[in-house]
Design a protein around this ligand. Structure first.
Ligand SMILES: Cc1ncc(COP(=O)(O)O)c(C=O)c1O
Length: 368
């Protein structure tokens, strides 16, 4: 797919839009900054951290896309910086894609349930329909690429209100498995010129499957979502990353809020992306994977557990006879799990925690 045909899928009003031009975008150089109606100081005595207080940074609007952070993320994922957009969590990336591509009341997205709920919610907010091509439960929730392609092509063509975005989550939440790479690429190729395929790799660091990021150069209609919320342990900082063709990053930059990366967040992210911190995140992911294996084996031996699905993520999905009963017992013990029964009957999703937390899970479930 050429970038021209990629851009032809974008809402025409967004292509025509003159974006807001913030003071920080327009300014360059100078040492007396009186262009953005900021306060010359931060009067509050208690700033969040010494580093920020020293820099006096909080009285200033941040860089819209902090260059150093963009550069480190580009190097982390092995892409050029013009393919990177930093967002408030990858949830914001999902929302921006919906707003860029889907016209309210006309266009649609396609999801593969059971999957992450925010795709359909973001579509609902935008007034876009959600079509589905379910994962195949009998094959450990594998993606059926023929079904995805047929469902996307069965809908009316773009312009007449067709499927503009296909969301594929790999490893998939809540089921845990990575989607087959060839199957995903078949979808990308078959829908070239027709739809953009968004591969959500929020849990990629816990999987040995290679990232689809390497395919971005060859496939203009491929977008990959990553996040620092999981393997980097920064869920509270809200740092998501949209990786895409530079032309599409340019479109998303037109509609993103003027200053989406708060200064303290950029600091936290930069600290998480030093070579030492990246190595620590890799070690931590490795330990979580080890714990995942230990917990999966132990869970499979408990009478209350009917099935444990194999997982490439930092959680396990289990099937029990009565998920409501299990959730109540867990709650009674002070253990908070996630009932996923509305996705897959009688299932509960368990995040892998510390070794002690995981032992507690096993202890509580063993009592059932
Ligand atoms: C598949 C998937 N994508 C995206 C997100 C959102 O992540 P973020 O914290 O980056 O917004 C989650 C959060 O649980 C998720 O499971």
């Amino acid at each position: 797919m050429s970038t021209d045909s990629l851009l032809s899928l974008v809402r025409p009003e967004i292509l025509a839009l003159t974006p807001y031009s913030s003071a920080r975008k327009e300014s360059s150089g100078g040492h007396v900054w009186l262009d953005a109606n900021e306060n010359p100081t931060t009067p509050s005595a208690s700033l969040p951290s010494e580093a920020l207080a020293k820099e006096g940074a909080l009285n200033r609007y941040p860089e819209p896309q902090p260059a150093e952070l963009v550069a480190r993320l580009a190097s982390l994922y092995g892409v050029t910086p013009d393919r990177v957009l930093v967002t408030r969590g990858s949830d914001e990336g999902i929302d921006l894609l919906l707003r860029a591509f889907c016209r309210a009341g006309q266009d649609a997205i396609l999801t593969t349930p059971p999957t992450y709920g925010m795709y359909a919610v973001a579509a609902g907010i935008q007034g876009a329909r959600t079509l589905t091509a379910p994962l195949v439960r009998e094959r450990n929730f594998a993606v059926d690429s023929d079904r995805v392609i047929a469902a996307a092509l069965a809908a009316p063509k773009p312009g007449a209100g067709g499927v503009k975005l296909v969301f594929l989550c790999s490893p998939n939440n809540p089921t845990g498995q990575s989607l087959d790479r060839d199957a995903v690429l078949r979808v990308v190729e078959a829908l070239s010129g027709r739809a953009v395929i968004v591969v959500d790799e929020a849990y990629a660091e816990f999987s040995s499957a290679p990232s689809l990021v390497a395919e971005l150069g060859a496939q203009a209609n491929l977008v990959v979502l990553r996040t620092l919320s999981k393997a980097f342990g920064l869920a509270g900082a809200r740092v998501g990353v949209t990786l895409a063709a530079p032309e599409l990053i340019g479109v998303l930059q037109k509609i993103i809020a003027p200053y989406p990366v708060p200064t303290p967040v950029a600091h936290a992210a930069l600290e998480a992306l030093t070579p030492d911190a990246i190595a620590a995140a890799r070690r931590s992911a490795h330990e979580i994977v080890g714990e995942r294996q230990r917990v999966a084996t132990a869970l499979a031996g408990l009478p209350v557990v009917r099935h444990v699905w194999p997982s490439d993520a930092n959680f396990l999905l289990i099937e029990v006879a009565d998920s409501a009963r299990l959730m109540a017992a867990a709650r009674g013990a002070g253990l908070v799990l996630r009932d996923r029964s509305k996705d897959v009957p009688n299932t509960v999703r368990i995040t892998i925690g510390t070794r002690a937390e995981n032992d507690f899970v096993l202890e509580v479930l063993a009592r059932e």
